[in-house]
Design a protein around this ligand. Sequence first.
Ligand code: ADP
Length: 362
Amino acid sequence: MADFRRIGVLTSGGDAPGMNAVIRAVTRTALAKNIEVVGIVGGYSGLIEEKLIPLVSHSVSNIITKGGTFLYSNRCLEFKTEEGIEKAIATCQKYNIDAIVAIGGDGTFRGATELAVRGIPTIGITGTIDNDITASDYTIGFDTAMNTVIDVVDRIRDTCESHARCNVIEVMGRDCGDLTLQAGIATGAIAICIPEVPFDEQLAIDKIKSSLVKGKRGMVVLVSEGVYKIDENGKKIRYGEVLANHIQQETGVETKFARLAHIVRGGSPTLRDRLTATRMGAKAVELLLEGKSNLVVVEKDDVIDSEDIVYALTLDQMYKGRLKDGDLDRFTPEQIAKMEASCKERKDKITALYELSYNVCN
Ligand code: ADP
């Protein structure tokens, strides 16, 4: 068992409901093993600027219910430089921080691996509403975000029904359509557009027209923020607003556009997020005590497990079709085959859900 006196915990990148619950679980699990905990304020910039606060059990009282992150989050460009990383390592040495738990998304894990390879044992935990870490079935914040989306979309649908309108609603999720797709199914969206599945605009418009003939009044269409079109000037523009205009022109139905944006990031975490956060936070401390480093805590088939960070990051690149020359060189043929199988499994899952949505929402 590794011998730690003090570990640091930080939240970085985009915040997600449930991050506080992770901080609480990390703190209390470590304290129960007689390990001191320091909170690093403002992500990696807190490590560079020595913004540290000691965490005792009551420091994390009553934060399990709160959205956001009480340690604050930040996008720290300096940490992407060698100088910034050296400053962060110097802070760890100066304050005897023996290991770090970093909660965030893929950017945060890139940062974590920089610490790990320089001798600071580091474990990542997936905290992002996007559910876009391919190595994990689930990322903390996703369930809360989905519930927020369905709450807001239900309200919009009520008013669409009253006024016989359509509303195109853009939902966060970057390149990942999970949030849009699952919330779209749950709200009965007549059409759903996500980055992973080609969208047939004409088919969607025909579906709206035939529903109108059958007497449908209120309609909602959900579009992921990660779907773009190129305009006449060659500029990338988000597709949601474009689609709203096309629907209005083609169907004659008054069509509004709404961007949910950061509404989806806040709020009190659901049971699913509080529980997963607690399980993952405890797991991160256990992994450190087992002498492990450079891992990300993941959920696979309801088991809280871990995966090598570099493997997880490369798997994401493969899933998104962004592998660069040499990215796979460090992996064995068996690992590459496992990555390909994971990508296929995820793509198949999302395609099956998409097909389901097409048949049940009309
Ligand atoms: P997320 O973790 O939500 O994906 P970001 O991509 O903004 O969010 O990453 C969060 C932070 O992680 C960045 O602001 C930076 O401090 C750190 N980070 C991201 N990429 C790297 C990298 N390649 N090397 C070192 N640190 C990184």
